[in-house]
Every structure is written in structure tokens, then in C-alpha cells.
Ligand binder design. Structure first.
Ligand SMILES: Nc1ncnc2c1ncn2[C@@H]1O[C@H](COP(=O)(O)OP(=O)(O)OP(=O)(O)O)[C@@H](O)[C@H]1O
Length: 237
């Protein structure tokens, strides 16, 4: 890599196979600080697999994942876990919040695990949740929140340890169109405000069109695309 200073994620010659099934093959991809990238692709094309490998949740079959310029393949589990905790945030289609904790508690939890005090964690959690429009919901448990609010708490939790890179897998895919649009606005605002990099898998072209760049999985590789409401154009073809 020639310049790793601003590169948050770099995937190099990456393959992900499940036995005989070749899902990703020869993927080269880079995201820089402050860039928000949409990941499109039909169901089963490998979006979740790519996010899992980029997020150090699964190893690639071959190739290398660089996070903030650091190669990860030779790291041991403890190093990889620490890097994941300190630099990556995850949002999934389903919120996966702890049902017995409040919104504040859910956002503070990863910070406590990372070694912050309760007081530091709660101050930071209050700030993030307030930024996401949940100032009045801090003490509510997930069951007392709407679907959109739960997903905002999940976004706040992903940002709690100030990651360099947010990885999101259909983050609003479980919400109705209107709520999805609003939660997405909040997500983009907070990611932009904080100058983070983000890779966001979505089926929704209208949402994808609002991001800085759109890539799609085609024939096991990542290609750069341009989209409008009705068409997806693969650049360079
Ligand atoms: N652990 C696994 N073992 C075997 N095959 C798997 C495994 N995980 C995923 N696959 C297969 O790999 C392919 C890609 O799956 P993946 O979940 O990455 O696709 P996706 O684009 O995220 O799909 P969707 O949009 O439906 O969530 C699919 O054919 C899937 O069945």
C-alpha cells in the first residue's frame, strides 16, 4: 500500500469460499476516512460475507484485510478482538439490544468492556443518544422503544467506542420505508459529523444513491457502480 495514513479499510486479493462455494474472489477494495460507501448486490451475492471478513468476524480464505494500515492475518485472536473493539462498529438489520438494559445501558456496555468508567461511559452515551434524537428515551428499555428508536440505539452503540469504520448490514432493512428514511438520515448525519468511514450494505437503491460511492458484488468481485432510480451502471464496462 503506498499511502496508509488516510486508508481505514483495505482489502487485498481477498477470497472467501465456503467449501466448494466461491462467494468472493480477488476482491480489492479501499475506504478512506470520511467516506461513506454503499454495498449493493442481490440476495446471496456475498454482502454479509464481505462485511464479516472486513469486520474481522471471519477470516478470508486468502488475501489480506488491513485496518488503519495494519495487516490482520497474522494477528492472534486477542489482538484481532482488541482491534475490532477499538476501531470497528457494527450495525445489523436487527438491533440485538440487551432487553434488560436501558437505551443508555446498552450504549454504555461496550465502553465498560473497553475499560471506561461508568461515569465516562454514561456521559458519552447520553451525548450520542441525544445526537440521534433520543434524549427523552435514555431510560427506556428496548421493549418500550419503537423499531426506529431501537435501531438508533443500535447505531449509538456501534459508535460508542469511537470506531474509525462503521460496518452496517441492511441497517434499516427491518423498518417501514418512512422510518427507514429517517433512521438513515440520522445515521448519515452522525457518520458525516464524526468524519467516519462507513460501508453500508443495502438493497435500497434510493438509500445507496445518497452515499459518496456505490460498489456492487458482481461475479464474486466488487465493482464500482453509478445508480439512479431505475438503472445500475457498472463503471468501466
Ligand atoms: N457459513 C456459511 N457456510 C456456507 N455457506 C454460506 C455461509 N455463509 C454464507 N454462505 C453462502 O454464501 C453466499 C453469500 O451469502 P451472504 O449472506 O454473504 O449473501 P448476502 O448478499 O449478504 O445475502 P442477503 O442479501 O440475502 O443477506 C450464499 O450463497 C450463502 O448461502
Amino acid at each position: 500500500m503506498s499511502d496508509t495514513r488516510e486508508t481505514v479499510l483495505h482489502l487485498e486479493k481477498l477470497d472467501r469460499f465456503y467449501g466448494e462455494l466461491k462467494v468472493l474472489e480477488g476482491v480489492d477494495f479501499t475506504i478512506s476516512k470520511g467516506e461513506i460507501v454503499a454495498l449493493l448486490g442481490p440476495s446471496g451475492s456475498g454482502k454479509s460475507s464481505l462485511l464479516h471478513v472486513a469486520g474481522l468476524l471471519e477470516p478470508p480464505t486468502s488475501g489480506e484485510v488491513y485496518i488503519n494500515g495494519r495487516a490482520t492475518s497474522m494477528m492472534n485472536d486477542a489482538e484481532r478482538t482488541r482491534l475490532r473493539r477499538d476501531t470497528l462498529g457494527f450495525v445489523y438489520q436487527f438491533h440485538h439490544l440487551q432487553p434488560e438494559f436501558t437505551a443508555l445501558g446498552n450504549v454504555s456496555l461496550p465502553q465498560l468492556i473497553a475499560g471506561r468508567s461508568h461515569k465516562q461511559a454514561d456521559i458519552r452515551s447520553t451525548n450520542i443518544l441525544t445526537n440521534l434524537g433520543l434524549a427523552e428515551r435514555l431510560q427506556h428499555q428496548p421493549a418500550q422503544l419503537s423499531g426506529g428508536e431501537k435501531q438508533r440505539v443500535a447505531i449509538a452503540r456501534a459508535l460508542a467506542n469511537e470506531p474509525s469504520l462503521l460496518l452496517a448490514d441492511e441497517p434499516t432493512g427491518n423498518l417501514d420505508v418512512e422510518t427507514s428514511g429517517r433512521v438513515f438520515d440520522a445515521l448519515l448525519d452522525i457518520v458525516q459529523e464524526r468524519g467516519l468511514a462507513a460501508l453500508i450494505a443495502t438493497h435500497d437503491r434510493a438509500l445507496a444513491a445518497r452515499m459518496d460511492r456505490v460498489v456492487a458484488i458482481k461475479d464474486r468481485r466488487l465493482v464500482q457502480v453509478e445508480i439512479d432510480e431505475s438503472t445500475v451502471t457498472i463503471l468501466g464496462e
